[in-house]
Design a protein around this ligand. Sequence first.
Ligand code: NAD
Length: 305
Amino acid sequence: MKQPTIAIIGAGAVGSTAAYALILKNIPAKIILIDINEKKCSGEIQDLIDARCITGSCALNSGAMHDAGNADIIIITAGIAQKPGQTRVELAKTNIEIVDSIIKTIKPIRKNSIIIIVTNPVDSITRHVQEVAGIERNRIFGSGTFLDTQRLRSFLAQRLKVAPQSVQADVLGEHGDSQLVNWSSAHIDGVPLSSFAQFNHHEFDEIALKTERKAYDIIACKGFTNFGIATCIATYCEIILADLKQVIPVSCYVERYDVCFSLPAVLGLQGVEEIIFPQLSDEEEKKLEESARILNQYYAEIKNH
Ligand code: NAD
């Protein structure tokens, strides 16, 4: 079978660490790393080839932007960080313009490619790319709250002294301030979290807030986040290429709310193959609707700016 190609556009902290995670995970694929800053990209590739030499996994190359449209998986991590004085909407507008120009350059995109958006604001950019890429929208998804979900599970696992993999609890909605935790369905091996005697509602709120703030906390210390998100990216690729049909929260188009945000989705070779609507309490349902409303308003502001 032909080796699949994964194109990573944006060889910054996230893109280059994603390539490294793919190498360490031994994903059988050829990686193409592309960046507008060719010198930096070349440095990252030379360094990554040293890692690849030891693991013997993925082949690795630099690539021209137009090569990406033919890749099996296209990962977009290109963007700029917020500048002093720049508003959230201005930053979003700039990053949408960057991603838009990338999509125009890599077109035509192979109909059976999968596009993974990582650039922030990820929900709005995912929605925009679904409108302009010219491939089915279920083949385009954003990294969404999969990373937030790992952070949540990790906090809960520390608290309950179990492995994070044994905790079933998801962050849903926006990858951002209006996200919510699906506490009512959260469980450990079928036992609802709410029935663990040591937990009270105050603590649930604290853990949800810590989860939401974790990216800010990391950025305050080191200026960016890369390891967690890169491992998420490598995991999406692993799930798609092996057609694992694993259910994870990613940012996808949800017709019910006419928005792109995160709900648990079946991920496979076709991209987002189905959305699994979670059981929510009335309060959680309201928070999810509010998250959709906020994102729709934000998207309209970006488009009209
Ligand atoms: P970075 O500044 O280190 O890297 C961005 C790269 O994009 C740079 O190398 C830059 O040269 C490149 N670039 C800019 N314009 C380009 C263009 N037109 N074509 C090709 N490359 C271009 O930033 P980073 O830390 O790697 O973060 C990248 C993006 O990922 C940001 O938007 C960040 O907010 C986002 N992010 C998202 C998540 C998530 O959970 N969704 C997590 C972490 C970071």
